[in-house]
Design a protein around this ligand. Structure first.
Ligand code: ATP
Length: 312
């Protein structure tokens, strides 16, 4: 279990993490989600003792990382800096890590097997594809058979087969009762592998929820309506708790807060023609962007800008 309590981290005048509290429980894969610069890597570095909170505390299995006698058996991490000597084989890279940390040699073959690199274990790591490099990084994280597994952007750049592989691996680690915590700035990626979500923006907690709950909240709330009298229809529908936004095409509206049938009935009663009435599921991406909209640090993404334009 990872417990982050009222953690603030400042670098000079920059606040990277701001009074952040959350718990990552064993037995489920938890995603750590936030736009670029949200403070995910900083938080992960504090969890594994590479950085110290300015305020607050971070505990892993009941203690700060540095207080564990055999920390590699407690926490295995793949953080952004993947320092692998390109001329060294995967096997030798892992062996060097194992021997310097008192881990038996046989464990190297075990983790190579676990990540599916047994057949290329003797090849130069420098010749590895991105996906193979990710697998090697994960193998290193698992070397100490840790209770807590922390991976920074593990899905980044993986092909669909690689994503399925990592989902199965992480789920089986969680099923064994381990705590699995993985970061991403893409909800589409993280929703494929995680069950629970901790969402941050500008170093602060935005949501601590399950992926299923996020989907439930996101789904079925927008009805797309097309009418040659969209303006009249918009005025008719606007009410407490109802929002009407202009859609992508002239005559298109996006209505929130009314069911499709209700919109159709009201339009009929007012004698307004309706050419299309389509209940749509808001995508997880859309829900995430709305959630984090105010906390995108480095300007708007194209997608956010597009969202704003269509809803104007
Ligand atoms: N050593 C440092 N010195 C100064 N500022 C830093 C340092 N490390 C991080 N920051 C700043 O803190 C903020 C949070 O950075 P962090 O890397 O933790 O975010 P992130 O969510 O991991 O982003 P990304 O998805 O881009 O990796 C950013 O504004 C970053 O520039």
């Amino acid at each position: 279990m990872i417990v982050v309590e009222h953690v603030t981290k400042t670098y000079g005048t920059k606040t990277a993490v701001n009074d952040l509290s959350f718990t990552v429980n064993p037995g489920v894969v938890t995603g750590f989600l936030g736009p670029n610069g949200a403070g995910k890597s900083t938080t992960m570095r504090m969890i594994v003792g590479l950085d110290r909170p300015t305020l607050g505390s971070v505990q892993v299995n009941g203690k700060p990382y540095a207080d564990h006698v055999a920390p590699l058996h407690e926490v295995g991490a793949l953080l952004e800096a993947r320092a692998i000597h390109p001329g060294r084989s995967a096997y030798n890279h892992l062996l060097a890590l194992a021997t310097t940390t008192g881990i038996p040699r046989r464990r190297v073959s075990e983790v190579l097997d676990l990540v599916g690199l047994s057949t290329v274990g003797r090849k130069r790591a420098g010749a590895f594809s991105l996906g193979m490099g990710q697998r090697l990084g994960i193998a290193a994280a698992l070397l100490g058979d840790p209770e807590v597994v922390i991976l920074d952007e593990p899905v980044n750049g993986l092909d669909p087969e690689g994503i399925v592989w990592i989902r199965n691996l992480l789920t089986s680690l969680a099923d064994e009762g381990r705590t699995v915590f993985i970061s991403s700035h893409l909800i589409s990626e993280i929703a494929l592998v995680a069950e629970h979500l901790v969402v941050v923006g500008r170093g602060q907690l935005i949501a601590d929820t399950s992926v299923a709950e996020m989907r439930r909240v996101a789904s079925g709330v927008v009805v797309q309506v097309r009418s040659p009298r969209a303006g009249d229809l918009a005025r008719l529908l606007l009410d407490d708790g109802v929002t009407v936004e202009t859609g992508a095409e002239p005559g298109d509206l996006r209505v929130t807060g009314l069911a499709a049938a209700e919109i159709g009935d009201r339009a009929l009663a007012a004698g307004l023609p309706v050419h299309a009435l389509i209940p749509t599921e808001v995508s997880l991406e859309e829900a995430f962007m709305k959630l984090t909209h105010d906390s995108v640090e480095y300007g708007q993404t194209d997608a956010t800008r597009h969202l704003e334009e269509v809803s104007r």
